[in-house]
Design a protein around this ligand. Structure first.
Ligand code: ZN
Length: 174
């Protein structure tokens, strides 16, 4: 949830890829598909470690990126983002269109990935979670005002909005 302090902290590097981490990743995939979501970062499940999972292919494209670093980025692209930790809100956010990201996978192999468009967006959103940055920080002034109002209303109501219907947004939630 938005008010959860874990979501506002910089997560620590992963130093050991052990059985515990592998189990956690398995659990996170279950949580993500259940949501449903396309990406999920460890801090979103209360774990302060620098890794996230994603799957752009509905169960057939499982990926884990550990200790990711964006080496380069360029271009601009506006896309509608939603976040599993901020249910019910979606915003058009401008971010770089292309990135070069490095990290390691669950087997400890080095990963070097050129990503653009949708994949680049998923990775940048999840990487923000590792730095304690929510998409609310990526909004312009008008969007931010609207977001604050919406979040306040949610908190006053003491309930969560209806979940986004599956498939309504091409991007899903992250
Ligand atoms: Zn998110």
């Amino acid at each position: 949830m938005v008010g959860d302090p874990v979501l506002r902290q910089r997560a620590d590097e992963v130093t050991d890829i052990d059985a515990r981490l592998v189990r956690l990743v398995d659990d996170m995939f279950i949580t993500m598909y259940d949501a449903p979501g396309v990406g999920l970062a460890a801090p979103q499940v209360g774990v302060q470690k620098r890794f996230f999972i994603y799957d752009l292919d509905h169960g057939d494209g499982q990926q884990v990126l550990i200790n990711p670093v964006v080496e380069e980025s360029d271009g601009e692209w506006e896309f509608t983002e939603g976040c599993l930790s901020i249910p019910g809100l979606h915003f058009d956010i401008v971010r770089p269109r292309r990135i070069h990201v490095t990290g390691v996978d669950l087997e400890g192999r080095e990963v070097s990935l050129e990503a653009d468009d949708y994949l680049a967006r998923v990775i940048q959103h999840e990487l923000d979670h590792l730095d304690g940055v929510l998409m609310l920080e990526r909004l312009d002034d008008d969007q931010r005002k609207a977001a604050r109002r919406a979040v306040r209303q949610l908190q006053l109501a003491g309930s969560e909005p209806e979940p986004t219907p599956r498939g309504r947004f091409p991007f899903g939630r992250l």
